[in-house]
Design a protein around this ligand. Sequence first.
Ligand code: ATP
Ligand code: MG
Length: 267
Amino acid sequence: MNNGNILSLNNVEVMYHEVILVLKGVSLSVPGGGIVALLGANGAGKSTTLKAISGLLKHENGRVTDGSIEFMGKRIDRKSAEEISHQGIIQVIEGRRVFEHLTVEENIKVGAHLSNARVKDGLDKVYAYFPRLKMIRDRTAGFCSGGEQQMLVMGRALMTAPKLMLLDEPSMGLAPLLIKEIFEIITRLNQVEQLPILLVEQNVKLALTVAGYGYVLESGRIVMDGSADKLRDNPDIKEFYLGLTDLGTRKSFRDIKHYKRRKRWLT
Ligand SMILES: Nc1ncnc2c1ncn2[C@@H]1O[C@H](COP(=O)(O)OP(=O)(O)OP(=O)(O)O)[C@@H](O)[C@H]1O
Ligand SMILES: [Mg+2]
């Protein structure tokens, strides 16, 4: 039934406030142990897709109105965010929400609901993956840099020993060196913990470096999918996302129609 996929979305439709249709039949899957990239322009519905999976949608007056979401062979689309997180899905939301007045370590421990022994094991693991967090464990989170805060929210997610991580734009607004560091950690987490990850990213080049498979979302629909290698070589992806083009300098008027047709899936 699930062909080695830990997660599958089948024709998922999502509405906000019972009127705004945002996802128009999204199907995608994440294989056990894999990294899958979900790409797309601003407003395409990437974060909505993640929230539909984690159940956080319900807190924004959103709802899966059609289709189904299966995690480890069980339907989860009607479950609450709490139930879904107990089943092992954790979403690291966009925008790095930290408790600004708490220390880094307090932030990591928040929401873990673990016994003291398990908190210690969890912290050891988080600090092994994010040595920088250990160095700044007593710092007030509000004073940490964007990169440190990103590590913090990922570390906090790791404390729950997730079976699937949903990562929303971890690279947003960070300096290249930090992005590199964070993506190396993402790769290591995936390989060492065998942690499957659904990764939403605007940095397409990087996303397709760490992911095995990718989907392109446009206005609530999947318009392209394939192995990361295949997507990297795709002329549309190259032109619109990677800024590479073999079309020479300026487009002639004759090319515009063709250009528009190809641009269709980019909003
Ligand atoms: N709570 C909400 N209520 C109503 N509409 C919403 C809500 N959240 C998102 N939307 C709308 O749904 C669409 C998709 O938003 P979403 O945040 O999923 O896009 P995204 O692909 O993550 O974009 P970005 O790259 O900017 O983060 C947008 O048009 C947005 O305005
Ligand atoms: Mg988003």
